[in-house]
Ligand binder design. Structure first.
Ligand code: FAD
Length: 500
């Protein structure tokens, strides 16, 4: 068996770099290794990226991180999902929870019963069958039981946290386990003349840092994966037209909500991420449809509290690096591609990227088939999330601005068109296994955008209508009682995990 790689150079100390460093320190767990992380305070980090999806909990758990300690030290709050305002039409709202709706009856998925009730002329709101939505609407929070007594109480949650504090939390973790941090700027990258593998990086003080495996966490530029190895990039702006963002932190007003809010504006959407000590805000927009100054003004006039700092602008190209693993370079975070933060997927993609690296951890031969498989999985994952995000734009019925008219009319990838057509024909949810967003998330979007299928699963007729109404009423009642009884989110934090 070939010798396992154990000299690793991580380039970049943002969320991606320190997540990788912490995971690798844990992976080697005292076995011989030399892990170096290079970061430059002068260049800094992107400094945004504060809303997550539930997988983050498994990541922290895999490192053995204590949840309460982590929340206290990163000023985190709990996230039950995302509230979408003004997406379907102005003055409308729906909520995307991390949970399924209702209970499947007689093996038929719940949303078919909602369709049946509608067909019978009944007024029915799928949100009444989601415990986390009802918690969120009340500003309440409860942690799910490990073994919930009913599937109605089975849901996930994530966090909002301070990105800089999370990176420094992981930095302390990684350095305590032997990761060496080097402060300074990389000036150039040295490639092996025969095979083009990376030999070393040269710092601007001429120090040379060599390694066997290089992890590129250098942000959008992709210092190693792109600038040195010219891997290439797939540009997806034809489907996801937003290409800029302006972000600003503001004072917290009132209790932090246990959810992220995203509000559609004239040429994009605004995020609102409440932490324990402040709120993060940003407007993601399409520069073809609105000027930077208009976007900045829109953001500033839609803040709950006073801005704390000057707004910062970001330019990005939505898309994916053609390979995340090229030769002896593995790209993570923004260096591997970028999907706009509408569903908070970037940190989760760092996490799944790290899992792939650990699962296919290389020996010195760098097996080409392993690398091809990692790249195939990466492509699949990015494309499935891409399609889910495109649906948010495509499904709108807003036609009040050129941007929203463009979104309604734009063509979509065949993979998404097929899903939408099958759903619209019979309410069936096509899943290309595996997907980051499961069936319930697709149901949320279709229902949130008032997209109802022409037919429902005929087996949903096998239950008598009165009996169905009775079952639904029981579910609603159980959820409402439990949601009423839960604690306010602010009280929950104050009691269990207030920031230090
Ligand atoms: P960065 O934070 O940019 O770090 C790059 C690192 O590389 C820095 O340490 C820098 O110093 C170093 N570096 C670069 N060049 C050199 C050099 N020459 N020498 C030495 N060091 C160098 N994700 C989410 O999951 N949820 C969100 O809500 C979310 N919101 C976002 C909003 C916006 C507007 C944007 C743009 C992104 C958002 N993201 C979000 C994505 C998230 O911010 C990133 O995935 C995450 O912060 C990881 O960034 P990174 O570590 O890859 O890059």
């Amino acid at each position: 068996m070939n010798e396992r790689v154990n000299k690793i150079v991580i380039v970049g100390g943002g969320t991606a770099g320190w997540m990788a460093a912490a995971s690798l320190a844990r992976f080697f767990d005292g076995k011989p290794s030399h892990i170096v992380l290079i970061e430059s305070e002068q260049i800094g980090t992107v400094g945004v990226g504060e809303a997550t999806i539930p997988g983050i909990r498994a990541f922290n758990l895999s490192l053995g991180i204590d949840e309460i300690d982590f929340i206290r030290k990163t000023n985190a709050t709990f996230k039950l999902g995302i509230e979408f305002r003004n997406w379907y039409q102005n003055n409308t709202t729906f909520f995307h929870p991390f949970a399924a709706y209702g209970l499947p009856l007689h093996g038929v998925e719940f949303h078919h019963y909602i369709a049946r009730m509608r067909a019978a002329g009944e007024t029915v709101d799928i949100a009444d069958y989601s415990f986390p939505i009802q918690l969120a609407r009340r500003g309440h929070f409860a942690q799910p039981h490990e073994k919930p007594p009913t599937p109605l109480a089975d849901y996930g949650y994530a966090y909002h946290f301070d990105a800089a504090l999370y990176a420094s939390y992981l930095r302390d973790y990684a350095m305590a386990r032997g990761v060496v941090r080097i402060e300074g700027k990389i000036a150039s990258v040295k490639l092996h003349p025969d095979d083009g593998f990376i030999e070393s990086v040269i710092m601007d003080n001429n120090a040379e840092i060599a390694g066997q495996l290089f992890i590129d966490c250098s942000g959008f530029r992709g210092l190693l994966i792109e600038e040195a190895l010219h891997t290439g990039y797939d540009d997806w702006r034809c489907w996801l037209p937003c290409d800029r963002a302006v972000a600003v932190q503001s004072q917290l007003t009132g209790e932090p909500t246990p959810y992220t809010r995203t509000t559609a504006h004239e040429a994009g959407w605004q995020w609102r991420i409440p932490l324990q000590h402040r709120t993060g805000n940003g407007y993601v927009y399409a520069s073809r449809f609105i000027s930077d100054e208009q976007a900045r003004q829109t953001l500033l006039t839609h803040l709950d509290g006073e801005p704390i700092k000057q707004p910062r602008q970001f330019d990005f190209v939505t898309g994916r690096r053609k390979k995340i693993w090229n030769k002896n370079c593995f790209a993570l975070g923004l260096a591997s591609g970028f999907l706009e933060p509408l569903e908070s997927t970037s940190i989760s993609l760092i996490q799944t990227g790290i899992s792939k690296l650990l699962q296919f951890f290389p020996d010195v031969s760098f097996n080409a088939h392993d690398m091809a498989e990692v790249n195939r999985l990466h492509h699949h994952e990015f494309e499935r999330i891409r399609d889910f995000l495109i649906l948010h734009y495509k499904a709108t019925t807003r036609s009040d601005t050129a941007f929203w008219r463009f979104c309604q009319e734009m063509p979509v990838p065949d993979s998404l068109a097929h899903k939408m057509q099958v759903y619209e024909s019979r309410g069936h949810l096509v899943m290309y296994d595996p997907e980051a967003f499961e069936k319930e998330s697709w149901v949320t979007m279709y229902m949130g955008f008032h997209r109802y299928a022409e037919r429902y699963d005929e087996r949903a007729d096998n239950i008598n209508l009165d009996e169905l109404k009775n079952q639904l009423a029981k579910m609603r009642q159980m959820i409402q009682i439990a949601a009423d009884q839960a604690m306010r989110h602010g009280d929950f934090i104050a009691r269990h995990c207030a920031a230090e």
